[in-house]
Design a protein around this ligand. Structure first.
Ligand code: ZN
Length: 136
């Protein structure tokens, strides 16, 4: 079951500059910055009510964010939905014919288990499913 839009991911060229811009746009400071080495990105998060805005800057040339910006420029990169049980959702979406990019959920930013649905399966939108990771 989907609970809410957890965050919207925005690809940016320069995280420091984008942080300043979004701080004046939203009137709040980012509450955290975090590098996700496996994805080749550094991220920052802004709380906007019950959802968040995630800014992503590439740290390597072959990062998915670098490739995205090269092709399409800066802008909305993905929409993340919080789900109750990510394993169940992956099973359900696979059975419904969606193309899942990683069938085994991986650790994303902000202490989340994440999985991505291919944009070709979702009207051109990269969809992220996420679930709060249980800290052991
Ligand atoms: Zn995300």
């Amino acid at each position: 079951m989907v609970r809410k839009i957890e965050h919207i991911g925005i690809a940016v060229r320069d995280l420091e500059a984008a942080n300043e811009l979004y701080e004046s746009l939203l009137g709040v400071k980012p509450y955290k910055e975090e590098a996700v080495e496996s994805e080749g990105v550094v991220t920052s998060f802004f709380l906007t009510g019950e959802s968040k805005v995630e800014l992503l800057e590439a740290t390597t040339a072959d990062s998915p964010i670098a490739k995205f910006i090269e092709k399409r420029g800066e802008g909305i990169h993905h929409i993340a939905f919080e789900v109750e049980d990510i394993y169940e959702e992956i099973k359900r979406l696979k059975a419904a014919g969606f193309r899942i990019l990683n069938e085994e959920p991986k650790k994303g930013a902000d202490n989340k288990l994440v999985c991505f649905v291919h944009p070709k399966s979702a009207n051109g939108v990269l969809v992220e499913l996420c679930q709060e990771a249980v800290s052991s």
